[in-house]
Design a protein around this ligand. Structure first.
Ligand SMILES: [Zn+2]
Length: 99
C-alpha cells in the first residue's frame, strides 16, 4: 500500500517536470505553454511544494481561493487570491501586456 502511494507521488513529480518543460518551450504555442504552467502549479500544490494560505493574499477574506500567475514563464510562482481580487489581478496583467 505504501509503495503504491510512493509510486503515485513519483508519477506526479514526473508529470510536473514534463509540464515545466512544456511551459518553458518557446517553440510551442502560448496557449499550450500557459496551460502547462497552470497544470504544473496545480501539481506542485498537490505535492506540497506550494502552500495554499487560509485567506486571500490581498484582501485577507476567507473565500474560495484561486491561483494567480503574474508571469507564466515562472510556472511555480503563484499567489492565492479570492475571485474578486483575481479579476483585478488579471486586468492588471492584461494592462501590463498591452502597455
Ligand atoms: Zn481577495
Amino acid at each position: 500500500m505504501k509503495k503504491v502511494r510512493r509510486n503515485r507521488q513519483h508519477a506526479k513529480f514526473a508529470r510536473l517536470r514534463r509540464h515545466l518543460e512544456i511551459s518553458a518551450d518557446l517553440l510551442r504555442p502560448r496557449r499550450i505553454r500557459t496551460r502547462s504552467a497552470r497544470y504544473a502549479a496545480a501539481l506542485a500544490e498537490q505535492l506540497g511544494l506550494i502552500e495554499r494560505p487560509k485567506s486571500c493574499s490581498w484582501c485577507r477574506r476567507r473565500r474560495r481561493l484561486e491561483r494567480h500567475h503574474w508571469d507564466y514563464d515562472a510556472p511555480l510562482d503563484v499567489i492565492f487570491l479570492c475571485g474578486d481580487c483575481h479579476e483585478i489581478a488579471d486586468s492588471m496583467n492584461s494592462e501590463a501586456i498591452t502597455a
